[in-house]
Design a protein around this ligand. Structure first.
Ligand code: F6P
Length: 515
């Protein structure tokens, strides 16, 4: 973002000139490669405790050798990564097209004193409301329908799914789609007399969310709830709009404008998560994220795990022409992680111009996709092993099991996870071409000690910083998303019937009864 164009062009030219080494060559030339290419980020098991838990990330099965790492470190320098990182945590304008800072780090204590203080005050306010609700201040609350979309839904949905397998203090249903089937499913699962509505929208203008909100209030009223408006909690960076819409000020939980939607899980957008898991667990989640912030701020070059992940991403996208990257969670609790990462990475870095508006120097964000292991092995891994696409894969697993069944379940899960990475790399020769595996296919493996709230927070922060680091290396602004606006505007034109529609769209409007 703040690098000079010429220095970056030169650094990219050196990278493009690098010779290609196979994974087998890299391992043959570096006996201690697994240790050299593995990073561990740790945090206290409990606040203040000396015992540590953590996450290791093994990059050894990527094609990053010493030469490539040195060239990426030169690019890091040329891109002005250090200054960009200081700006990120120092409240500088890192979103130049909207003239904004990006202060999601401050939500977990990583930012300027003023930002951290503001975030702590907002968190304390959210905590008081969460605890009051748990203590019955709003009557009996058994369910919550959390309405939002994109960044106001994907993080909460993932976190709740991941962290409430054993216990949910409140049963939360996240509804995002405007398709009424989504809201109807939540209605079926909730008792209107004991249901809260959490209305999450940074802008408080998003059509899908506001329409769903109206329908949810109507459902409460139709089912005999006296004061439906009194059951609404608003989570927003536009508190005035929420009040104007009818939410009582005492039930509006604001967050700063400088927190982007897809970076907002740790803000009041996380309210449904806190309602489900409790404030202590929510704070553990923040602590895990903070540990990654601390690492990301302090470590340089290849020692920095999210930056190293960005080196791998850039290597595959820009130097090897990979158009997708796959993420497989070998943990049911993280089955929504690929959906979350899709927005984080594709909405942030799916751009065609640099931060200063010039055309980019190569491809930007690949398509992020994925699934859950072992299911995906029996569905899509054929293409990973023998298809014509080269697809870098991330495997994510927890060393401790989440289930209480026979330990065989977790052992088989982990064995499969490791086997896939090994198979992709090793390949297999065969006289029969249909049975041959080319091998030399890359993967990165994340192992958390235990997939608890802190590890979860760490995984999210890791990917936020990886996304930022990728943007800096490409010179693009990851914090705007103008690409989503045109479709919204045309939908409005279709609604009003006022627009210069192409013949295909006109015909479809007729066919769909929208003409
Ligand atoms: O349309 C894209 C987007 O603006 C995302 O960036 C955002 O997370 C989502 O819509 C929801 O926006 P809001 O939180 O303002 O309702």
């Amino acid at each position: 973002m703040s690098g000079t164009g010429e220095a970056m062009t030169a650094a990219w030219a050196s990278l493009r000139a690098l010779p290609h080494h196979t994974l087998a060559d890299l391992f043959a030339g570096q006996a201690d490669r697994p240790a050299v290419m593995t990073r561990r980020i740790a945090w206290p098991v409990e606040p203040g405790s000396a015992a540590e838990a953590g996450m290791l990330v093994d990059f050894s099965k990527t094609h990053l050798g010493d030469e490539a790492l040195a060239a990426f470190e030169a690019l890091t320098e040329a891109a002005g990564f250090g200054a960009a990182r200081n700006a990120l945590f120092g409240g500088g304008i890192v979103n130049p097209t909207e003239g904004r800072a990006a202060t999601h780090g401050a939500l977990r204590g990583s930012g300027t004193d003023a930002q951290v203080e503001e975030a702590e005050a907002l968190l304390a306010r959210m905590g008081m409301l969460v605890e009051a609700i748990h203590e019955g201040a709003l009557g009996e609350v058994k369910h919550c329908i959390a309405i939002g979309i994109g960044g106001s839904a994907l993080g909460p949905a993932l976190a709740i799914d991941a962290l409430t397998r054993d216990l949910a203090l409140v049963d939360v249903h996240v509804v995002s789609n405007i398709d009424g089937l989504a809201l109807e499913a939540a209605f079926r699962a909730c008792d209107p007399q004991t249901t809260l509505i959490a209305l999450a929208s940074k802008t408080f203008t998003t059509t899908e969310t506001m329409t769903n909100a109206e329908s949810a209030l109507k459902w409460l009223a139709d089912n005999g709830v006296d004061d439906p408006g009194g059951r609404v909690i608003a989570l927003t960076a536009a508190p005035d709009k929420a009040v104007e819409w009818g939410v009582d000020e005492t039930r509006v939980l604001p967050f700063p404008e400088s927190v982007g939607g897809r970076y907002s899980l740790f803000s009041s957008i996380g309210f449904p998560v806190a309602l489900a898991i409790g404030m202590d667990e929510f704070r553990h989640m923040l602590a895990g994220a903070k540990a990654v912030d601390d690492h990301f701020r302090a470590a340089e070059g290849r020692a920095n795990a999210p930056l190293l992940a960005a080196y791998a991403d850039q290597y595959y996208t820009r130097l090897r022409g990979c158009q997708t990257r796959a993420v497989f969670a070998y943990d049911e609790r993280l089955k929504l992680l690929p959906d979350y990462l899709q927005q984080l990475e594709m909405e942030s870095n799916g751009k065609s111009v640099t931060a200063s508006g010039a055309p980019v120097d190569g491809p930007t964000a690949p398509v992020t996709w994925g699934g859950v292991g072992t299911d995906a092995q029996h569905a899509v891994f054929q293409l990973l092993h023998q298809g014509t696409h080269l697809i870098p894969v991330d495997f994510i697993a927890s060393i401790a099991p989440g289930d209480d069944l026979d330990p065989a379940h977790h052992r088989i899960l982990l064995m499969n996870c490791l086997a896939q990475g090994a198979a992709l790399m090793a390949g297999k020769t065969s006289d029969d071409p249909a049975r041959a595996y080319a091998g030399d296919r890359p993967s990165t493996t994340f192992l958390v000690d235990d997939c608890d709230a802190a590890a979860f927070g760490a995984l999210i922060a890791f990917h936020e910083h990886r996304t930022f680091a990728n943007a800096v290396l490409m010179g693009i602004n990851p914090f705007d998303q103008f690409g989503v606006e045109l479709g919204k505007a045309i939908a409005k034109q279709i609604e009003s019937g006022q627009g210069d529609f192409d013949p295909s769209t006109k015909a479809l409007m007729e066919a769909a009864g929208l003409g």
